[in-house]
Ligand binder design. Structure first.
Ligand SMILES: [Zn+2]
Length: 389
């Protein structure tokens, strides 16, 4: 079979086309179909970019598009008659969003290459995320500087030129290339900014990108991974962030600029309150520990909401005063937990017996065990009295 004629190669803005159905084969899942046409506007998944979606005829949805040896395979939810002439339409709103992001990536990567010599070694463009990986580390200041410069390129509304230079012309041009490309090379040139070999659809002029915003930058495989947003996606994200900030600043009765110091002050206050509460609970628990009659062998106290450290300290103090198994039941978020300590009775065996007869979940060593238990203090103490009798 001849390679499919890729209409998007010539005109990224063409969203409707007619084509002849060359083949239609049911998928092994018995639900979908593989349709091959003589020509198509549907850009297949390649170079990290998701495939176009859309329709062929009125009732056939294109769910995925793949390319193999130049033949473009449309995955559809309904069959098409082989030999018939059909009309296709891509989801152009989505395609244009992809064109904006893809061209934005060229500008950013071209500037990174020019300034730092780093290559774009990974690109991902889908409905949910747009990421670029560079094989060198970019600091946040460097990322912000490139981001600003990229937006200036956008606002200059430079042309994005597509060309198919022959071998001799190509030898005179220096260009970025993500991988070896067979056949004639398609060059995408943004004058003075970037020259890159690429087969995807791009906008005609940089101004159509609208804006480019870097939303995150992190170290990745010895280099840098960036997530960007362009055009409408950037505006939507900025609008959402701004709304969140407005809501938060209303709740805290402060300006957006003062949100961070205000939240920090609240966290400090909360930490201080938690510390004071813990101190007073520890003092209360110590009173309980000291109030237990010394002749008692096994002692379990119930302490409510305290942290594990306070519970462990109390259990340890009990074990110095009583010769059996001592412990504290305490609540950690929603679950009731227990810490048991003993100086005389090996606790590993106790843990095993508890697991078997009470559904205790946990373990430890012979000196101390911890875990989750459903018994209350009285029930656990009774169980221990029987166990150690
Ligand atoms: Zn491209």
């Amino acid at each position: 079979m001849e390679p499919t004629f890729a209409l998007y190669d010539q005109n990224a803005y063409q969203d409707c086309f007619s084509a002849k159905v060359l083949s239609c084969v049911q998928d092994t899942d018995n639900e979908h179909f593989h349709v091959i046409l003589d020509q198509t506007c549907f850009f297949p998944e390649q170079g990290g970019q998701s495939a176009d979606t859309g329709r062929i005829s009125d009732d056939v949805n294109v769910l995925d598009v793949q390319i193999k040896n130049g033949i473009i395979d449309h995955l559809t939810d309904n069959p098409l008659e082989v030999g018939s002439v059909v009309s296709g339409k891509i989801d152009f709103t989505r395609r244009f969003d992809f064109m904006q992001h893809h061209t934005g990536e060229h500008i950013f990567s071209g500037l990174v290459y020019k300034k730092y010599g780093f290559h774009n070694v990974g690109f991902h463009l889908s409905d949910r995320t747009v990421s670029m990986d560079y094989n060198g580390f970019l600091s946040m200041d460097q990322v912000r500087a490139i981001e600003w410069e990229a937006n200036q390129v956008i606002w200059k509304n430079l042309p994005v030129e597509i060309s198919w230079p022959d071998k001799e012309e190509l030898d005179q041009i220096s260009y970025r290339s993500k991988k070896e490309i067979n056949g004639k090379l398609r060059l995408v040139t943004i004058p003075g900014v970037d020259v890159c070999a690429c087969c995807a659809p791009h906008v005609k002029r940089t101004g159509e990108i609208g804006q480019l915003m870097v939303v995150s930058a992190s170290r990745y495989k010895g280099g840098t991974r960036l997530h960007i947003l362009c055009g409408g996606r950037a505006l939507k994200a900025a609008r959402q962030d701004s709304d969140f900030l407005s809501e938060a600043s209303q709740l805290l009765s402060c300006s957006k600029e003062n949100l961070a110091p205000q939240i920090k002050a609240m966290m400090d206050r909360e930490n201080e309150l938690v510390r004071m509460m813990e101190e007073s609970k520890a003092a209360e628990l110590k009173k309980l520990v000291d109030g237990v009659p010394l002749e008692k062998k096994n002692v379990i106290l119930s302490a409510g909401h305290i942290n594990e450290k306070t519970a462990s300290e109390a259990a340890d103090r009990l074990s110095q005063l009583h010769r059996g198994v001592c412990g504290v039941l305490f609540a950690d978020s929603m679950k009731q937990r227990v810490v048991l300590v003993s100086r005389m009775i090996p606790l590993r065996a106790v843990a095993q017996a508890l697991r078997q007869s009470t559904g205790f979940k946990g373990g430890g060593d012979d000196g101390c065990i911890r875990g989750m238990i459903d018994l209350d203090a009285e029930q656990l103490e009774k169980w221990l009295d029987q166990y150690t009798a």
